[in-house]
Write a protein that binds this ligand. Sequence first.
Ligand code: F3S
Length: 71
Amino acid sequence: MAKTFVDKDTCIACGACYSTAPDVYESDDDGYAFVKLEGGLEGFVEIPEELLSDALDAKDGCPTESIKWED
Ligand code: F3S
């Protein structure tokens, strides 16, 4: 099961991830991304199967490679 996490230190708030995968990533008040799934603020969280494709697209589309991934 794939897991994801957003590295806020390198996120530039471009917004691509939460546009591409709005059920996985969300914007904070300043436009920086975080994983909105349960536990997403603490560390890597498992991505439900039905959201995997969108999450993978978001990861590949992040210009700063801030979306971290574990298979
Ligand atoms: Fe940030 Fe990358 Fe998303 S720069 S807003 S984590 S696409």
